[in-house]
Design a protein around this ligand. Structure first.
Ligand code: XCC
Ligand code: SF4
Length: 625
């Protein structure tokens, strides 16, 4: 059955999105919602995960009538293999991003760049100490050089376990060891996943899934964690600050440059270049009052959390931001950048600029941005945007709303400092039942949902139940636009959470960063578990990705479950064609790793599921429900 045509109101809950969807129709710009309509109904085999294209004896489609592929693989094997490769894709994305930060640190250590510096030297020393690198009396660059070796090593095959396993509670490590799930090296686990899923290798679905979890753990405890920690070292550890969000952050009078993608290595340079006095003068000469940089998606989260740079929007706002007609340039690095942005930009005067050789877009202006030349290149890019200002057609400009204030910057360091240096006050609040538990709401937009309805609905339902919410990635913008990232949103929280957040002056929903920064949440869970002397699976915590779409989000979900964190998804991955795989995901994993996935599209019901889980974990710790 074809998908019914949605009204603009059914597509998104937001005024800015709705106004821009109407303008997109007028301007003839196609959006993800239009294309979803054309793509629906989707192929049933693909939806169930029962299509195999892993060799040319096929492709094969598995069904009751055709229960085995040419090689003999059944639905379980095909679904598990496809899911394994899906996870490998997600882990590769986060981890290759992490590696890019190692390379920037290397350029700093080698003196090959002046554009990047070590901003948080204390954090570098702290991490080095944690990972067994000698620090006492040693020069910063010497320590950094040794740390580079440790991190590069985490990508390879020489280690029995990842360096940051030193943060994992002993009980959790034992669970992984018993299951053969201990992550060894990032590239190794990803390559092994590809190997296992070649025809004629791993033909036992549960065994494939165990390795998928190991591959995801390599993402969480190495690829992403290295990405987060080194971004903090190089660009500074986030501290609480206020900023603004929604399409209203795009300025009528200034040159607007949007940064989109994931890696702060590029967006930080764009932010710096936009402050260049010569370029500012050039912008004034062109008739603009200044240069305005705003973020989209996760690179937006990176510069938001560290510098308070305004956030224009999340995943489904990326096309709509261009539709304002006021964007001179959209500068992208990699991941989650819809190829449709190139033709959308072409409908206006907007320049679409790519910066990574591994993510080129046909029709884009390309810069091969490197650590040695990044700032000069960023200045050149800003120059292109400035020169484009005179081409803006004021008649086609519509900035749909006024921006909303948000609070950001809750790194673990910032949370600890807000608590006066120790977790104790927070744990006391948990024990007293004032904060009943924590749920991380992470991930994306997906046009299969009314944009942000579940992201916001779930956050609101949870804080009402005295459950503190932590957000990253595209949920940040959703929570921010709903006003949930400001301290005064405690009025919407339950009485206990209201009291605790009120006393600390923090919102009940804390922004912890981008999607790689989910590693901060892993670390926080580990810190709490270690403090209480329990496993992560014993904690009153949960995770959710209500409107997820990407391979990366699946990897995050799987590492969360493998760490013992009950994880809700708004829609299932393409695994329903295998009873074995589905049962394992929804039930069987509980007996193995102490947590499962739950799939529930309704945010209120999802909040109840997470609430029940938190109650039962509280009871397990001898606390009130
Ligand atoms: Fe991408 Fe990270 Fe999802 Fe947003 S939340 S759509 S993965 S930008 Ni990561
Ligand atoms: Fe078909 Fe097997 Fe080849 Fe897959 S690996 S395409 S199931 S023959």
């Amino acid at each position: 059955m074809a998908r019914k045509k949605l009204t603009i109101e059914e597509k998104s809950i937001w005024p800015d999105a709705r106004k821009m969807l109407a303008k997109a129709e007028r301007d003839g710009v196609e959006t993800a919602w239009d294309r979803l309509e054309v793509q629906t109904p989707h192929c049933k085999f693909c939806e169930l995960g029962t299509t195999c294209r892993n060799c040319v004896m096929g492709p094969c489609r598995i069904s009751e009538k055709m229960p085995r592929g040419v090689c003999g693989a059944d639905a379980d094997v095909v679904v598990a293999r496809n899911f394994g490769r899906f996870i490998a894709g997600g882990s590769a994305g986060h981890s290759d991003h992490g590696r890019d930060l190692i390379e920037v640190l290397e350029a700093i250590v080698e003196g090959a760049t002046d554009d990047y510096k070590i901003k948080d030297a204390a954090k570098l020393m702290r991490i080095a100490g944690e990972l067994g690198v000698a620090t006492k009396g040693r020069r910063l660059m010497k320590v950094a050089a040794d740390l580079l070796d440790v991190f590069y090593g985490d990508f390879g095959s020489r280690k029995k376990e990842l360096s940051f396993m030193c943060r994992v509670p002993a009980k959790r490590k034992a669970v992984w060891k018993k299951l053969g799930m201990t992550p060894r090296g990032v590239d190794r686990e990803i390559a092994e996943m590809m190997h296992r899923t070649h025809m004629g290798c791993d033909n036992d679905a549960p065994n494939t899934l165990i390795h998928a979890a190991r591959t995801a753990l390599a993402d969480g405890w190495a690829g992403s964690m290295i990405g987060t920690e080194l971004s903090d070292v190089i660009f500074g550890t986030p501290t609480p600050r206020t900023a603004k969000v929604n399409l209203g952050v795009i300025s009528k009078d200034k040159v607007n440059v949007l940064v989109h993608g994931h890696n702060p290595v590029v967006s930080e340079m764009i932010v710096a270049a936009a402050q260049d006095p010569k370029l500012l003068a050039r912008a004034k000469k062109a008739g603009a009052t200044g240069i305005n940089v705003a973020g989209l998606c996760c690179t937006g989260n990176e510069i938001l959390a560290r510098q308070g740079i305004p956030m224009a929007g999340n995943h489904l706002m990326t096309e709509l931001a261009i539709v304002t007609g006021a964007v001179e340039a959209i500068v992208v690095d990699y991941q989650c950048i819809m190829p449709s942005l190139v033709p959308a930009a072409g409908c206006y005067h907007t320049k679409f600029i790519t910066t990574a050789n591994k993510a080129k877009f046909t029709g884009a202006i390309h810069f091969d941005v490197r650590p040695e030349t990044a700032l000069a290149q960023a200045r050149e890019i800003i120059g292109i945007a400035v020169d484009g200002f005179s081409k803006r057609d004021p008649k086609r400009v519509e900035i749909p709303v006024e921006p909303v204030e948000i609070m950001t910057g809750f790194s673990n360091e910032a949370i600890l400092s807000a608590l006066g240096g120790s977790l104790t006050p927070l744990l006391e609040a948990v024990k007293a039942g004032k904060v009943r538990g924590f749920v991380a709401i992470v991930g994306c937009n997906n046009p299969k949902f009314q944009q942000d309805s579940c992201n916001v609905g779930l956050a609101k339902a949870l804080i009402e139940k005295d459950i503190m919410v932590l957000v990253t990635g595209c949920v940040t913008t959703a929570a921010g636009k709903a006003g949930l990232l400001m301290p005064d949103s405690i009025s919407q929280a339950g009485p206990g959470l209201k009291e605790v957040c009120g006393a600390l002056g923090i919102p009940p929903v804390l922004h912890m960063g981008s999607c790689v920064d989910n590693s901060r949440i892993l670390q926080l869970c580990a810190l709490i578990a270690n403090e209480l002397g329990v496993d992560i699976s014993d904690l009153p915590v949960g995770a959710s990705s209500p409107e997820w779409y990407s391979e990366k989000a699946a990897a995050i979900g799987l590492y969360a479950v493998a760490c013992g964190i009950y994880t809700h998804l708004g829609l299932p991955p393409n695994i329903l064609g295998s009873k074995t795989v589905t049962d394992l995901a929804l039930n069987g994993l509980e007996g193995l790793v102490g947590a499962t996935f739950a799939v529930e599209p309704d945010p209120i019901k999802a909040a109840d599921l997470l609430d029940q889980r938190i109650s039962s974990k509280r009871k397990g710790l001898g606390l009130s429900a």
